[in-house]
Design a protein. Structure first.
Length: 266
């Protein structure tokens, strides 16, 4: 979609957990890098390891047009409260919900203060929704055409069905680690022998459908891979820029493709 509105808008992506996890919100970093490349008229930031009260003060000062918040079931009630606080104080700000919880439990959206929700893998869907909002074209008619979202029509919640996933993962730029609090995530880990540790994702999806896991419901059961060259580029950047000691592969099933991970001498 062509961007008609030439005014730069502020899009803030929020990791709602504060001083809780040692693993970074890599999904937000991928989303930010994709949007930053595809839409130069967006000033995108990730608010990570930011106390909710501090975040509210930042929103009050900066007045971002869009705030996106990612939620899992563990932090769902904190996310709902944060959304209510933002919408009560800054009702012109568009709130977008994403993440595993709403994807698996879309009925939860109705009792929240969010304007929209993105279901499943977010890059393509979030960009399409963002383009509509940026151009002032987020009408009911246009929103119905965006697959993979929830939105409101009065008291009714509209679910537009399954959205599109990126077929070639190499189309996603390297994650926007410059927008994360890397000093926090590279603190020496007791679990890894007090060494700097970071994560890399080399694929998306899982062919299985285990009841205890949300992977196949969120990413899909068709596995898509980043290329070996792309993965090496990412690891090289993490090593050179952040002096990381250990790289942890965050795939749901890294060893599913034996040929891909095996090295044989010719």
């Amino acid at each position: 979609m062509e961007i008609i509105n030439s005014n730069k808008i502020k899009v803030y992506l929020v990791n709602p957990d504060y001083m809780l996890y040692s693993m970074p919100p890599l999904g937000l970093a991928y989303l930010a890098s994709y949007i930053r490349e595809k839409n130069p008229l967006v000033n995108i930031k990730i608010f990570d390891q930011t106390h909710p009260q501090k975040l509210l003060k930042i929103i009050e000062k900066d007045k971002p047009e869009i705030v996106g918040i990612s939620a899992v079931s563990e932090n769902w009630y904190r996310v709902k409260k944060l959304a209510t606080d933002v919408k009560t104080r800054f009702n012109k700000t568009k709130l977008i919900l994403g993440g595993v919880h709403v994807t698996l439990q879309p009925f939860c959206f109705k009792e929240t203060s969010f304007d929209y929700a993105v279901l499943g893998e977010g890059e393509l869907i979030f960009k399409e929704l963002l383009d509509l909002i940026q151009n002032g074209n987020d009408t009911i008619e246009n929103l119905r055409k965006v697959k993979g979202i929830l939105f409101r029509n009065g008291d009714e919640v509209i679910n537009t069905g399954a959205g599109e996933k990126i077929k070639n993962l190499n189309e996603i730029p390297l994650p926007a680690l410059d927008l994360l609090d890397m000093n926090y995530y590279l603190l020496p880990s007791f679990y890894y022998g007090l060494k700097k540790t970071f994560i890399v994702q080399t694929s998306r999806g899982c062919p299985f459908n285990c009841k205890f896991c949300a992977s196949s419901s969120f990413w899909g059961r068709d596995i898509r891979y980043f290329s070996a060259e792309r993965i090496v580029d990412e690891i090289e950047k993490i090593y050179k820029v952040y002096k990381c000691d250990i790289i942890f592969m965050q795939d749901d099933l890294f060893s599913i493709n034996e040929k891909r991970i095996s090295y044989r001498r010719s």
